[in-house]
Every structure is written in C-alpha cells, then in structure tokens.
Design a protein around this ligand. Structure first.
Ligand code: ARG
Length: 566
C-alpha cells in the first residue's frame, strides 16, 4: 500500500490543472521531524499560477482536502502537513504482510528480463580472498533483490581458470610438486608452488620460457597439460564449494575463462573485420585514444590471448545466450580500468548494448586492521575467518542461552551470518575494517542483532501460545500508538526500499532497513505491554508476527540465515 500515492491522488482532485499526479507525488516529502506529520506538501511552486502567497494556497488546499487515510492536515507556513490515519493504515499493512508472507513486496517489474551477474570468480590454485567473498555475497544479494522484482538473474562464477599463470603452475608442479601433498591440501600447496616459481625465476630467468611453452601446450590441447590443469581446477573448485555451501550460495553457471578458449578467435576476427585491430610492437591492440584510454592489448607478440580478450568473448556470449537487459560484473574497484576498456572496445565494435554492462564496484576489506589476503606472512583462508566467527558466536550463545539444543548449527548460522551481514551493511563502495568480536555481538548494528530480534519476536508468540494460523482470519489489526506506528511505517516502506536497493545495486539499503526495523521493534517491545490483557493485544501480537516475517525476508534477501532460537 503506497499512501504517498493515495495522498497524491487526493491532492490531484484540486490541483490537476497545474500539476500531474506524478509531479505531486514527487513533491510530497517526509517531514524531518515526525511531530510535523507523516508527509508534507510544499506549496511554493503553485504561487505563480495561483497568484497568491504559498501560505494562503496551503490553507486553501487544506480547507478543501479530504482523504480516508488522513486524520488531520496542518498548515505550517507554506507547507501542508498530513497526519495519516494510523488505525486504517496499520490494519492494511499488517493484513498485507501477514497474508503474503515472504511474497510481501514482490513485483513483476522485471518480468521477462534476464540479468547475468558475474560474481565471486576466484582464481583457481589460489586462495579465495576477502574480495572474492565480497563479490560472492554482494552478487548473491543482488540476485535475490532482482528476483524479488521479477527479473531473471543468472549467477555466473567466472572462474579465473585460464591464462599464462597456468603454464607457470604446471612448470612448478613438474619440477617440485608432489601429488600426495596437493591432494591433501590443494590450494595451499598449489599456491606455494606458484610462489616458489617466482622465487626461482629470479635465479633462473629461463623458467619464464618453460612456463610460456606449457601454456602454449595447454592452449593447443596437449594431453598432459590439459590433465594437470583439469585436476588443479577440480581440486580448487572442491575447496571453493566448501565456502559456497557455508554461505548458501549457488551458481547457474561456472563457465570460467577457460570456457572461452575456443571463442576468442571469433572476437579477433570481428575486430579485424571492423578494422579495429592494429599492430603495436608485434602485439595486436585496439586503440582507444578517443576514450582517453591506453590501447587494449588483445594478443601478445607470441599469440597468447589476454584477460580482456576472454572478457570480450564472454560479453558476446552472454549477450547471445541471455539476450540480457543488463549485465552486471561484481568486481573490486581495482578493475575499473579493465572494465572501462572492455566497454570502450565493445562500443568501438558498434555494440550499443555495451551501455547495459555495469561494473558493480566495491571497496577493500581488512580484518583487525590487517589486509585479508596475507597475515603474518601466511595465507588467511576465508574458511578460517568463517570458523573463527562461528567459534565466537558459540561463546555468545553459551553465555546467553546455554541450554539451546542445536548449538553448533546455530553458531554456524550466527557466525557466518555475522560476516555476511557486516559485509553488506555498508555502502559497497566503502573500504572497511572489521573486528570479529564486534560483528558477532547480539547487540549493536550487527547481523546477529537482527537475527536475535527476530528470534525474540518468535519467542513472544510462543509465550502467547499462538502460531501463524492464529492470524489467518479476516480480523482487523489496528494500532495507533507511536511505537507501533514507527514499526508499521518501516514495514510499509519496504517496497520503496527494495526499489532503491535495485536502482543503486546496493544491498546495504536492505541491511539498513533490517537494522532500523529491529531497533524500532525493540523500542516498541520495551514500551508497549504486548502480552498483557488488553483490547489491543491481538493487534500487538500481529505486529510482532509481522516484524518476524519482515526481518526474515530482509535477511533472506541478504543471504543470511534466520535461526528461530539463539
Ligand atoms: N578472477 C578475477 C580476479 O580474481 C575476477 C574476474 C571478474 N570477472 C570478469 N568477468 N573479469 O581478479
């Protein structure tokens, strides 16, 4: 229910000669101070047409205004302040969410439109970094948000599984690798081999050539090279999958860079046909002076393709396969230049859909003040961070609810949820530091606080000995106190919140909605006696139930689990 729309329509009966309903809608604003009502309409811009001063106009409009959702209209200077009828609106909002449950707020805005999301995309044989975690959880939340708005998201894990580094890795493995060790600890072991290659390279520059020739072999389908590569890829993916399972993230496609090995010739031919490929010191490049960019290197002197060559092939493939409405790439801000070049080359090729490609950037994370990828010279695996978070969550549970049954399971949900929520609660462009102890707290602006608030709401219902079916009748649940009203307004604003999250590709908008709702609910519960005998008891319990539903849906969109008890 969009009460702003209703008021805009009610105002329109008086103003339709001068303003469209849509214009009125856009002029309606939220007063800074809640004491000035729920919505305000400024009359300034009507002064010209009415040839009266704005204050007079405002009071004329107020005299003739009527609406069945408005209790009272105040005129303050040039402003009309509307006070909504809390009873009517709360009954409407509560009924809507209680009937629709997790469908509350669904729209078909994006129906029939595909949106591939390039997300996570770690590099095989290397540990998954905090950056990949960010890409994974931001991409996953965006997919959920898009889906709720009717779009068809396609989650793509564009694995970094191709490129000259695999020639080096094969070389290192052949020289120093041990199968047993790799099997026992694939990523750590392969990463070490790779590091060793670079160390030895200092002493033995010829190694570079050996690596290059192994990559050539790989590109040409040599049996030994391919088998090793496939094995490294599989072992790496197995390890990544452990993390994806814990995060509850799945993909619709894991076509990584290697998938495009046989699709790059076409790109090169197209570039040639269009007269865009030029030779530069033996290499093939596309000049991008018109865009104030360095040339895009498409093929090296030795014929090897590059990261951007594969991304061009992937962009074409995605356009053909998904006929996308938008194509998103959730990748750190250090790759802005790459994506700017990618879009510029596509523009040069004459593909107007280049404008539908959006690089969804995000900032850097550090943990306890240190960069995530290495700590004390050793690699910090994402898995270790999740383990640590779960351990700390368990400590909290032991302190607060020692008799909880499935403690391990809940600790995992709370620990992992804390990391994910924290990642998503900030504007994605910001860099941030985090401290595991702080983010697993059940109080403060944390994921566990939201989870805890929902569990608390459920426990109130349990105490009242009622379940969901209790609300499945045609009763009216009307509430008029200010604490309830704040909660109701937050639930009511969910649709516009969702739309904003979509427009800005910003899951933090949903996370903030969850936090504000949790805070408002806790204030309500501290001030309003829910369980006491009272004519409003039922409606208050309905509000408690509605909050549990709304928080669960906010958390689901973010990819955070909601334990019923914790
Ligand atoms: N594998 C890359 C990295 O870890 C990210 C890939 C991003 N996606 C893309 N289409 N380029 O840096």
């Amino acid at each position: 229910m969009d009460f702003k729309q209703i008021i805009a329509e009610d105002l329109s009966t008086q103003l339709s000669e001068h303003l469209t309903t849509n214009e009125i809608y856009n002029l309606l604003e939220k007063p800074k101070n809640t004491e000035h009502g729920d919505l305000a309409f400024p009359a300034f811009q009507l002064a010209k047409v009415f040839r009266k001063n704005p204050a007079e106009i405002a009071s004329d409009i107020a005299d003739n205004f009527s609406s069945n959702i408005v209790d009272k209209v105040d005129v303050v200077g040039p402003y009309l302040n509307f006070y909504l009828n809390k009873g009517t609106i709360s009954a409407e909002v509560l009924k809507e969410i209680i009937t629709e449950k997790s469908d509350y707020g669904n729209t078909d805005f994006g129906a029939g439109k595909n949106i591939p999301i390039d997300m996570s995309s770690p590099n095989i044989a290397k540990p998954m970094s905090m950056g990949h975690l960010r890409s994974t959880v931001i991409g996953n939340a965006l997919a959920n948000i898009l889906e709720k708005m009717g779009f068809q998201p396609i989650k793509i894990n564009y694995l970094g599984d191709w490129g000259t580094q695999f020639g080096r890795l094969i070389t290192a493995y052949k020289l120093w690798g041990e199968e047993e060790k790799v099997r026992a600890n694939p990523i750590a072991e392969l990463n070490e081999l790779y590091v060793r290659f670079h160390e030895e390279l200092e002493k033995e520059p010829e190694l570079e050539e050996v690596g290059r020739s192994w990559f050539k072999k790989l590109e040409n389908g040599d049996k030994e090279a391919t088998e090793l590569w496939r094995w490294f890829r599989e072992e790496s993916l197995n390890e990544f999958n452990i993390v994806y399972d814990r995060l509850g993230v799945s993909f619709d496609s894991t076509n990584g860079e290697s998938f495009y090995n046989d699709k790059m010739d076409e790109v090169v031919e197209l570039l040639e046909e269009k007269g865009l490929l030029v030779e530069d010191q033996g290499a093939q490049v596309v000049r991008l002076e018109d865009y104030d960019l360095q040339p895009a290197l498409i093929k090296k002197q030795d014929g090897a393709t590059l990261y951007i060559t594969r991304d061009l092939a992937a962009a074409l493939y995605r356009k053909r396969t998904y006929d996308f409405d938008q194509s998103l790439y959730v990748v750190g801000q250090d790759q802005i230049y790459h994506f700017t070049q990618l879009k510029a080359v596509l523009a040069e090729m004459g593909y107007e859909w280049e404008a539908d490609i959006h690089h969804i950037i995000f900032g850097l994370i550090s943990i306890d003040g240190q960069k995530m990828s290495t700590r004390r010279g050793k690699v910090v695996l994402l898995e270790d961070v999740l383990d640590e978070a779960a351990v700390r969550a368990e400590k909290q549970i032991n302190a607060k609810n020692p008799n909880l049954e499935n403690k391990d399971e809940v600790a995992e949900q709370v620990g992992v949820g804390a990391v994910v929520f924290h990642d998503l609660q900030h504007d994605r462009r910001n860099d941030f530091n985090f401290n595991l102890d702080e983010i697993v707290q059940f109080e403060g602006e944390t994921g566990p606080y939201v989870q805890y608030t929902r569990a608390r709401a459920l426990s109130i219902l349990k105490k009242a000995k009622i379940d969901a079916s209790y609300f499945e009748n045609e009763k009216e649940f009307a509430l008029t106190d200010d604490y309830s009203w704040t909660v109701i307004k937050l639930i009511q604003s969910f649709s516009s919140t969702l739309e904003r999250a979509y427009r800005e590709y910003e899951p933090s908008v949903i996370a903030k909605h969850a936090l504000r709702l949790a805070q408002a609910f806790n204030r309500f519960y501290a001030n309003v006696r829910v369980l006491d005998e009272n004519p409003e008891r039922e409606s208050r319990l309905a509000l408690v139930y509605a909050v549990a539903l709304m928080l669960e849906e906010d958390l689901r969109l973010l990819g955070v689990q909601a334990p019923d008890e914790m």
